[in-house]
Structures are given as structure tokens and as C-alpha cells.
Design a protein around this ligand. Structure first.
Ligand SMILES: [Zn+2]
Length: 270
């Protein structure tokens, strides 16, 4: 390949910017195909199923290994003051187990931080680094913590923690206790963000929309009373994303590599 400087030598600024961004994006378009083990790090029970359930069903069918890591216990997800938070947390865990079974996800990890109180702490980051070294995913799927106007602290914290862990898991002197436990540093290849304003990857889920809806519906405590409206909303959203790649239903992600997660002025445009 031609050296980057030579490539942009005779171009104007805008074209040169585009060329550099393109060069840094190589491999992104095949990220899902090239990943065998994928770890979904979600703020709450149900987030992955709602945002990426079709993609997960498709990946499972392709024989990929999927691990769900849920950061919080989901104890706040109700408008019913009579429903005790611990009881709700237990109900929601069962619902996630059922949804995972529908999608074919067999590995569920619970970090049990209190719903609504997650912060990007060193402790939580090191727990995720530990899990990345244990399960050795090629890709991490999580929520985009830089979504404009996102106010939910668990979502912002989860996206940040997952990004930091993806960046640091390959450094042997980070969380060195893992090495004493015989876990080796691990380099994640990709990180895919859902609920993002800057998607660069669209997955055709036309054949998986029914399975996705079935999995989301399993979260009865969250969606039972408003299911018909929510189902319509999910279908409309997938239909909208499908228009981008000329299919009926799609899910959208922004996929980056770890090198894009630090001091990289092109990441937003990738
Ligand atoms: Zn959530």
C-alpha cells in the first residue's frame, strides 16, 4: 500500500481528510464477519435485546459465541411503588434468562451494581478487563456513551467502562492480579456501539425481526403494558435503518478499533 503521506500529497484538505479516514477504517466493514466471540456489555437487563437482538440472533445462527455482561441489577425499572426493588431485580433476571434462551445466548454474567448508581470506577473497569481476559472476545458490543443528550448515568458509565476496558485489557501491567490468576492480556479487535448518532455498519435483520421481538417481549415487567406501541416503535426503527442498506429491517452500529479510542481525531468520522 502507498504511504499515507504520498496518498494525500496532491489532494485538497477535505479529500485528504476523507482518504486518511478511509485508510484508518480498513477492516471495519468486515468486523462482524471477522469476529467469532462477541461480548455484549449492557447497562441494564434488556438493553442488548432491544438495541441489537436481531443481530445477536443472526450471530448465534452463524455459530458465534455470545456473552452477555449486565452491569446493574435493574431494580429501578418500574412505576409501581408497591413492587419491592429486590423482587423486581430477581424478576428481571429471570426475564433476561428467558430472552437469552430465545436468542440462543448461553453465557450470562451479572455484575450487580445498583441500578441508577453505576459510575466509571476503577473497580468496575478492572472487573470488565478481567472478563475480557477470561472470555477473550474479538468484539465488544455496548451502548454509545457519547450519544448526544444521553442522560442516563448507567448508560454513559457502561459505554465508557467497556471502551476503557477494550483499550486496556491488552496491557500486562493493567490489573496485574489477572496474570497471577493465569489470565493473559487480550487485545479486542473491535468495539461496536448501538444507540449511536454516527453508525457506520448496518446489519440486515429481516429474517430475525420476529425472534428479536419475541426476546424483547420476554421482558414482561418492562414492556407488557405497552407492548403494542413498543413493538410498533421497534419495527419502525428497524425499518428506518433498513432503508440505509435497502433491506426491510436493520440494526445500526458504530464500529471502531481500539486504536480509535485514544487521541484519534478521525474516530468521529469513521
Ligand atoms: Zn438501559
Amino acid at each position: 500500500m502507498m504511504p499515507l503521506e504520498k496518498m494525500i500529497e496532491n489532494l485538497g484538505f477535505k479529500e485528504a481528510w476523507r482518504e486518511v479516514t478511509k485508510a484508518l477504517s480498513i477492516g471495519i466493514e468486515r468486523a462482524f464477519q471477522d469476529s467469532q466471540t462477541l461480548m455484549c456489555i449492557q447497562p441494564h437487563i434488556d438493553d442488548t435485546d432491544v438495541a441489537a437482538g436481531g443481530t445477536i440472533a443472526k450471530l448465534v445462527e452463524e455459530g458465534k459465541k455470545i456473552i452477555y455482561v449486565t452491569m446493574t441489577d435493574g431494580r429501578l425499572g418500574t412505576s409501581d411503588p408497591e413492587l419491592w426493588p429486590e423482587k423486581l431485580a430477581a424478576i428481571r433476571r429471570k426475564e433476561q434468562e428467558k430472552a437469552a434462551e430465545i436468542l440462543g445466548v448461553s453465557e450470562l454474567v451479572w455484575l450487580n451494581y445498583r441500578d441508577g448508581e453505576l459510575t466509571p470506577s476503577l473497580k468496575a473497569r478492572e472487573e470488565l478487563i478481567h472478563l475480557i481476559r477470561k472470555y477473550r472476545p474479538d468484539m465488544i458490543i455496548t451502548v454509545d456513551p457519547w450519544l448526544t443528550y444521553e442522560a442516563h448515568p448507567d448508560h454513559v458509565a457502561t459505554g465508557l467502562l467497556a471502551s476503557q476496558a477494550a483499550l486496556f485489557a491488552s496491557f500486562p501491567h493493567v490489573a496485574p492480579g489477572d496474570l497471577r490468576d493465569n489470565l493473559k492480556p487480550h487485545q479486542v479487535k473491535f468495539i461496536a456501539y448501538y444507540w449511536t448518532r454516527r453508525p457506520n455498519t448496518y446489519i440486515d435483520i429481516t429474517g430475525y425481526i420476529e425472534k428479536k421481538l419475541e426476546a424483547v417481549k420476554a421482558h414482561e415487567s418492562q414492556f407488557k403494558s405497552t407492548w403494542l406501541q413498543f413493538e410498533q416503535l421497534l419495527k419502525a426503527y428497524s425499518r428506518l435503518m433498513g432503508k440505509k442498506i435497502d433491506v426491510k429491517y436493520a440494526e445500526a452500529f458504530k464500529v471502531l478499533k481500539p486504536i480509535h479510542l485514544h487521541s484519534n481525531i478521525f474516530s468521529e468520522d469513521i
